[in-house]
Design a protein around this ligand. Sequence first.
Ligand SMILES: [Zn+2]
Length: 396
Amino acid sequence: MSQIDSILGLADLTIQRVDRGRIIQVWASPKTRPSCIHCPNHPVRIKATHLRTLKHTRQGNQLVVLYLSVPKYHCLGCNRYFRHPFKGIRPRFRATECFRLEVFEAHDGGVCQSKLSLTHKISSATVERWYQHHIKKRVSELSSRPCPQILGIDEHFFSRKKGYATTMVDLKNHKVFDVVLGRSEASLQGYLSRLRGRDQVKFVVMDLSETYRNIVQRYFPNAKIIADRFHVIRLVNHHFLKMWQQHDPVGRKNRGLLSLMRRHQWNLKFEQKINLNEYLEQYPVLRAMYEAKQKLNSILLTKNIRAKGARELIPKLMELIDQFANSPVKTLAQTLKSWLEPIVRMWRFSKSNGITEGFHTKMEMMSRRAYGFRNFENYRLRVLAHCGWNGVFNRV
Ligand SMILES: [Zn+2]
């Protein structure tokens, strides 16, 4: 590769003339004559030559325009015709692949279409078309990958017309695996039955949803379910506050008190503890419940412990659940009991669906920036291109 070739970034070209004006104009032609593409090793003759005008990358602040003379060859062996094939320039395109990639990366990085149409001298519709093309390429690269070992499942709101969508996240690599429209088994079964490598999934992290539990048991035969810490604590607090409402409807409306009751005990300041104690003095039953709840939460928040530690904790949890079973929050005890295994696994495990919820925020931002999506497939492409793809394109 000569020096001028390495500046242009295109192989096997002879530069004839360079004109540096407002834009950089480069006249070039192929360096070598290929042999026939239909019957190898046969000599060819040039039948005609035509000039192609191509936009190439920007150098400094100037656009490079390439005038390429393209020979049309005639094979003396098979009597067929073909045009000179170039590396990095596709037939009939009016820009090189480098240039298209440059526009895509700039637009992906946040440069708007109108700005790009000024700097790169292309229309905004072209920017959009190239952007879509690259995003589709990205997603097609993703389509053949197998299921992740540690999967996070959660639902999120898509649109009022189409309802909810399910997010599947690769929790090991912090990437969105896929988004699927719908959150019921009926709407997901088509997608899930087509999914390859389902038996490779080892763990699935999810909130305490019965539907998702059924789906996982049916479609991911080797997966163990892990409860999501945040949702478990939220469930406990929800039941506790509801019980409090029945116990003392007036106190529940006091917002200062509500804030104290909701917090973990270790997040309370000294005077806040005194205030809360003063209130709880009046209701002995409520007080017992409050203490049980705090104990339960501190047990539930355990993480990263060994199997032995978990085995020791289980009886303590069971004792608390039994205590709740004989109180007004019976349903809580039932739910916890039916999710006992996923909750115990949660102690052993460090990952939670926090990553999934973080991606939901990112997806909301994407949706907002596009003023909402009507077409779910376009939304999916965008989400996967931004949150599911690992690395950059190889340069052509
Ligand atoms: Zn030939």
